[in-house]
Design a protein around this ligand. Structure first.
Ligand code: ADP
Ligand code: MG
Length: 338
């Protein structure tokens, strides 16, 4: 074994990229989260070849200062937290300051941005971690992040990429998760020059109808319940719209899409008596709680969270769903047969 030495920044970023940029869809998630954190009202995504060839996210958010573009691409550089207190009460989707640095380490990344009031935009490029000079550029206020040739400099990782169709499928699912999380924001998606989605700002019911279909909307009941600082709201599909897989189950904690065993259990229990055991309900549920009550810093991609009061969360979900689902089912059962 050789002597101990510090790793280079590039290698550190490439190692981190293994977790943060597992595939094009994970880069897409990070870039769209940045756009939402920047307060954007409109986010447009354009992909080429499933996001492997290129993946572009354009927004009309706050923008990045010319002097800060380079910093934005550096590891552990963030505008979102500054202290442990901030971390414990974080409301933004990002805070680790590693997404752009990780993406820049394993692709060619260009960041073009214009703050409100600036005369024009500035553009900065990075290829395999090498950052190159600032250039003036044309852009309305906002930011465009464009990633090209993912893993061009890490061939071993490139081999793990699946077919274009598979990678595109993951990107589209990421897009759906984001678009369902913020019905008030308008979203667009293009793939290989073809328009796939154009979603104007809308209500949750309208957004869910667009993304999950009329049938879901017709078979969904609103959920709304609050207790002790916790709030659950959203749409729960009635058993008539049950599916063979869990593909239409969306749960958000403070705006963040999560997969959580505790939540899944509470939902399963609530549906247990009304749905066949090998069918799966469809739902879009939002749990809101004070940031201090949930730890989102469990995993680099933040798909897992830890609740401080997990029993209270479980009970809220179970009871709220029970109540919302029971009423329409009771009504239907009492309807005379036709
Ligand atoms: P994090 O989101 O965890 O802060 P990132 O590496 O994703 O880390 O981004 C670094 C910083 O770059 C952010 O904190 C933010 O200040 C800035 N930034 C990135 N994307 C955008 C965007 N689309 N609009 C405005 N600022 C952005
Ligand atoms: Mg981020």
């Amino acid at each position: 074994m050789s002597s101990i030495h510090l790793l280079s920044d590039l290698l550190i970023n490439q190692i981190a990229a293994g977790e943060v940029v597992e595939r094009p869809a994970s880069a897409l998630k990070e870039l769209m989260e940045n756009s939402l954190d920047a307060g954007s009202g409109e986010i447009s995504v354009a992909l080429q070849q499933g996001g492997v060839k290129s993946l572009r996210v354009a927004d009309n958010g706050a923008g990045i200062d010319r002097d800060q573009l380079q910093l934005a691409l550096s590891r552990h550089a963030t505008s979102k937290i500054a202290s442990l207190d901030d971390l414990e009460s974080v409301r933004s989707l990002g805070f680790r300051g590693e997404a752009l640095a990780s993406i820049a380490a394993v692709s060619r990344l260009a960041l073009t941005s214009r703050k409100q009031g600036e005369r024009h935009a500035w553009r900065m490029e990075a290829a395999g971690g090498d950052i190159s000079g600032l250039q003036p550029a044309a852009l309305e206020a906002g930011t465009v992040a464009e990633m090209q040739d993912l893993y061009f400099n890490t061939p071993a990782r490139r081999k793990f990429l699946k077919t274009e169709a598979t990678e595109y499928g993951h990107c589209e699912e990421t897009f759906r998760r984001m678009a369902l999380s913020r019905a008030d924001v308008s979203f667009g998606l293009q793939h290989n020059g073809r328009r796939i989605w154009q979603l104007p700002a809308a209500s949750l019911a309208q957004r869910a109808t667009a993304l999950l279909g009329e049938e879901f909307a017709a078979a969904a009941v609103p959920v709304e319940e609050g207790a002790g600082g916790l709030r659950l709201h959203g749409l729960a599909g009635l058993p008539g719209f049950s599916r063979g897989s869990r593909d239409a189950q969306y749960v958000y904690v403070n705006g963040r899409f999560v997969r959580d065993k505790l939540i899944a259990h509470a939902v399963r229990e609530a549906y247990r008596d009304i749905i066949h055991h090998d069918r799966h309900p469809a739902f879009v549920l939002f749990i809101e709680l004070p940031p201090e009550m949930v730890d989102v810093n469990v995993h680099p991609t933040k798909i897992e969270v830890r609740f401080r009061e997990s029993r209270a969360v479980h009970q809220l979900i179970y009871h709220a769903l029970n109540k919302s689902l029971a009423a329409p089912i009771a009504t239907r059962r009492s309807e005379p047969p036709q």
